[in-house]
Structures are given as C-alpha cells and as structure tokens.
Write a protein that binds this ligand. Structure first.
Ligand code: PEP
Ligand code: MG
Length: 320
C-alpha cells in the first residue's frame, strides 16, 4: 500500500475521468525544490521572491537573484516555474528599505505599486529573470496586486524593455487575480496576459473587507464565500473566451473542498504547499469533472461559505 501511495503521488494531477489539473508547489527557495518534487510537484506555481529580501538585511543584488532563480529553474528540469515579482508592503515589511509607514498598508503601496515607485528594486529583478529565461524554457513571470489594466501594461512594458536589451526569448506573462477589480475586468486582462493565477488569500481579504491576519475574523475569512467563488468563476469564463489558463496559488487550492470547487469552476492548475500535494491529487482523482462542475454550479447559488462547504462530503458518500 505504501508503494501504491508513493506511485500515486507521482501521477500527473487529474480528475477520475482524466481531465488534467496540474498540481504544483508554492516554494520560495531552490533548496526546497527537491522536497517538492519528491512530494509529487509538477512544477512551481508560485515562487514568492520577497522571501529573498525578507531573509536578509540588505537588498539582494541582480546577480544574487539570478543565482536563486536559476537554481530553481535548474531543479525544475523543464517543468513550469512561475516567478512572482516582489510583493512587499501590506504585512510584509522589509526594514532596511526604509519605506514610509502607511495607515492602510494593505491598501497602499504594495506589490506592483511599490515596484513602480522603486525601479531600483524592480528593474534588477526583471533583469535577473530575463537572464535566467535565456537559458531555461518554461520560466513564467507573474505580477502581484494588479488592480487595473494599466498596471499590467506598465509592468509588461518594463519587462519587455529589459528582455529585449538582454536578448531573452519571450516569457509567458501572468497576473495574480487577488483584487476584486482585476476579477471584474478579467475579460480585458485576458486579452493581453498569458495566464492568471488567483490569489485567494488576498482576493478573500479584499472581497470581504476582512484583514487576512485578523485573529477575530480568521474564521469568517473563507475563500469558499460565494462572493469569492463568483469572482473566480468570472475570471475563468473570461480566460476561457481568450484561450488562456487559470491557476490558483492561494490557500484555497490546498484545501480539499477548495481544490474540488476550483477544479469544478474550471481552474486547471493548483499550486499548494508541499505537504498538501498528495492530498490534493487524491481528492481530484476521486471525482469526475462533470461531478465537480455540478458541485461548483451548486456552490455559486449558496448564500454562505458554510453552505458551500456542506456540499462536499468525503468521496464515496454520494452527494452532488
Ligand atoms: C494570495 O494572496 O492568495 C497569494 C497567493 O499571495 P500572498 O499569500 O503571497 O499574498
Ligand atoms: Mg497575495
């Protein structure tokens, strides 16, 4: 049995009727890549590059960043690697950057907004990624906290300038869908991006207006809230119209109920923490796509997150 479980975790992620749902890992350091692959990761769906900045007391240089991204790409051996540009601000403070304090840091200069203010941080990072992309296929670049179409165009223009200067090939460019406005203009974004990855942690925080770290609100801050699911459904529909794919790299992807709902909504890549990979693959294998689609349709009509969760019972006990 143990050997069967081991073999199962190296099977590609798929529903029982064989529809592919890639299961990737959220890891930040190349040092964690081996463990993720051993756990059955099919790639890296989210590399949070801010961790490189958070773990030290000075800005990592372009060369140092290149080294880390290159090591990760090497470890992936051609599997997809999605590098997310710096998402500093909000709760992620980097003391040595000397950033101004903000009253509403989650609504302030966070993620891509800070990067636009600080080309001294952003451009070396973009250059480091482009340099790695010269030597490794399947490197993807993703921008966090996109809330307008202009955000994406501006980020893309900066990267394209750097990429052409360095003679790097085209790199698939994606945006995180983690602000409600981005989900609501997903049609316009989908026409221009290569992929979406939904950040359910922030999408839930910003949709419900509940601080994701607030101890008293934690229980209610649930990505299975039908309002959040509606936004994800809109995102997938828009992406489908433009032939683009949608992944999820927020916490909901690693939760069994979340993984099933998201696959039912049309998400085709789930990026989760390493210990969650096997469980997510097993959950997907327990259901057919039509079952999951029926579940997701039902979920969208529920009034509460609790009612959505009640739709899913352990596999084999018969429900929608
Ligand atoms: C998210 O918001 O869901 C996400 C994956 O990004 P982070 O948790 O790094 O904000
Ligand atoms: Mg986020």
């Amino acid at each position: 049995r143990r050997e069967a479980a081991r073999a199962a975790r190296f099977e590609p992620g798929a529903t029982r009727d064989g529809v592919r749902v890639e299961v990737a890992a959220n890891i930040n350091r190349a040092a964690d890549a081996l463990a993720a692959l051993e756990a059955g990761a099919e790639g890296v769906g989210l590399m949070r590059t801010e961790f490189l900045f958070l773990e030290r007391d000075s800005v990592p240089t372009e060369d140092e960043q290149e080294q880390e991204y290159r090591a990760m790409a090497q470890a992936m051996e051609g599997r997809p690697l999605i590098i997310r540009t710096l998402d500093i601000g909000g709760d992620k403070e980097v003391p040595y950057l000397g950033l101004a304090r903000e009253d509403n840091s989650f609504l302030g200069l966070r993620g891509i907004r800070l990067c636009f203010e600080r080309p001294d941080l952003f451009l070396p990072q973009l250059r480091a990624v482009a340099r790695v992309a010269r030597d490794h296929a399947n490197v993807h670049l993703m921008f966090p906290m996109i809330s307008t179409l202009e955000d994406f165009r501006r980020a893309r223009a900066l990267f394209e300038t750097v990429r052409l200067e360095l003679g790097a090939p085209e790199v698939p460019l994606g945006v995180m869908i983690e602000v409600p406005s981005a989900a609501l203009i997903a049609g316009a974004l989908a026409a221009e991006v290569d992929f979406f990855s939904v950040g359910t942690n922030d999408l839930t925080q910003y949709t419900l207006a509940m601080d994701r770290l607030h101890p008293q609100l934690a229980r209610q801050t649930d990505a299975m809230h039908p309002a959040v699911l509606q936004l994800i459904a809109l995102t997938v529909q828009a992406a489908d119209r433009h032939g683009k794919w949608v992944g999820v790299c927020g916490g909901a992807a690693g939760d069994e109920v979340g993984a099933l709902m998201l696959a039912g909504l049309g998400v085709r890549e789930l990026s989760v923490s390493t210990p969650q990979i096997a469980g997510v693959k097993a959950a997907l294998r327990g259901r057919t796509l039509p079952e999951l689609q029926a579940l997701a349709r039902e979920a969208l009509t529920q009034p509460t997150a609790e009612a959505v969760r009640a739709l899913v019972r352990p596999a084999g006990r018969g429900e929608a």
